[in-house]
Design a protein around this ligand. Structure first.
Ligand SMILES: Cc1cc2nc3c(=O)[nH]c(=O)nc-3n(C[C@H](O)[C@H](O)[C@H](O)COP(=O)(O)OP(=O)(O)OC[C@H]3O[C@@H](n4cnc5c(N)ncnc54)[C@H](O)[C@@H]3O)c2cc1C
Length: 340
């Protein structure tokens, strides 16, 4: 407001400056002072700046109103984009680097839909045809991924997938080759663990590498609901510091929600001076972060060797399988643990 008042005053003072200049015209030609020279530049600058400020304020407020309407419509009459019975093409909007081997792929929600339609926690499957099999039939490659959309953002018109590239991996290489405007066939959702606010006092998330993606879904679900008082401990294991995905995001939520969220990083090859945990997620770290038995749930997601060591692998049919590893040793049972 002060800025506006000054702009108004300066504009109102304009004719007075002009009058003074005319009055001095009659006298022997004085050199225009540096101040008046500056004013001829500054005043229009301030006026233009003020007008631009008001224009952008108006634009921002009408964009906010449109967003509020879309949020309301999405809340009251959600139209999911996903179809569990068939693959649908989703157009890639943009791609952002996350780190040296991982990118964030932003896909547009088709018009007429208000959300992806992904209950927490769940994943989707993607499909593409990678040439032909020896028998001449199409070689369809299908892989699961965990889309990320923060419920706190309301309607955005997009959803993200965070994808690590494996040099010899057909699906990750295919997705990395997509350009904005290209489409990817996606089907889902495949419901994993249905999350309920305040079902547990505490949840502990043991993640390795891109196994972090379902944990992001869970964390965003908890933090988007002010009524949800569930405490969250995230233990995120990686090889080196540059492999830690979205570290800034996790650091910021740990700071902002210090009484609710704890984040620990574990590095197999820590840099000199690393102050986090070193090696693998171990018994001591689990003792310090996991909920007391019966008071919470431990979610695990990461490479198979990590699952084997921490909680026992999943069964051959991808069901949960028996509990094993460190969590079993510490007395946790099937009902205390969920393997993604
Ligand atoms: C529920 C779920 C959710 C997931 N969500 C995500 C996600 O959000 N983001 C993400 O990046 N990934 C995610 N993944 C992993 C993803 O599904 C793919 O496995 C991954 O992208 C690799 O696929 P690909 O086709 O590129 O490579 P793949 O063919 O699957 O191979 C990956 C790598 O493993 C090697 N490899 C393959 N088979 C073997 C073998 N038998 N022995 C030794 N090495 C082998 C390959 O050479 C390659 O380097 C998720 C997995 C699951 C189960």
């Amino acid at each position: 407001m002060l800025f506006f008042r000054n702009v108004v005053r300066t504009v109102a003072a304009g004719p007075a400056f002009a009058a003074r200049r005319l009055a001095t015209d009659a006298a022997p030609k004085p050199r225009p002072s540096t101040a008046s020279q500056l004013l001829t530049v500054i005043v229009p600058g301030i006026v233009a700046g003020g007008a631009y400020y008001m224009y952008t304020q108006n634009q921002a407020s009408s964009a906010l109103k449109i967003k509020e309407k879309l949020d309301k419509a999405a809340r009251e009459n959600p139209v999911p984009a996903l179809d569990g019975s068939k693959f649908l093409p989703f157009a890639l909007k943009e791609v952002q680097d996350v780190n040296h081997n991982t990118k964030r792929f932003r896909f547009a929600l088709p018009s007429g839909t208000t959300e992806l339609g992904l209950p927490t926690a769940s994943c989707v499957v993607t499909k593409f045809v990678n040439g032909a099999k020896p028998d001449g039939k199409p070689n369809a490659v299908i892989r699961p991924y965990t889309p990320v959309e923060d419920p706190a953002d309301g309607y955005t018109g997009y959803f993200d997938m965070i994808i690590k590239k494996y040099p010899n991996g057909p699906m990750s290489t295919h997705i990395w080759s997509l350009q904005p405007g290209d489409t990817l066939d996606i089907k889902g959702p495949i419901q994993k663990h249905p999350y309920k606010a305040n079902e547990f006092e505490k949840i502990t998330l043991l993640a390795g590498g891109t196994g972090i993606t379902p944990m992001i879904q869970l964390i965003q679900r908890v933090l988007s609901n002010p009524e949800d008082k569930t405490k969250v401990s995230l233990v995120f294991a990686n090889i080196a510091e540059e492999d830690i995905l979205m570290k800034d995001y996790f650091d910021s939520i740990a700071k902002k929600h210090a009484s609710q969220v704890e984040v620990r990083y574990v590095l197999e090859k820590p840099p000199i001076g690393w102050r986090g945990d070193k090696g693998y997620i171990n018994e001591q770290i689990i003792k310090e972060t996991a909920p007391a038995q019966g008071k919470g749930k431990v979610f695990c997601c990461g490479p198979n060797q990590m699952l084997e060591a921490l909680c026992g692998g999943k069964a051959k049919d991808f069901s949960q399988g028996p509990i094993g590893g460190t969590l079993k040793k510490l007395g946790y049972t099937e009902k205390d643990v969920y393997k993604f």
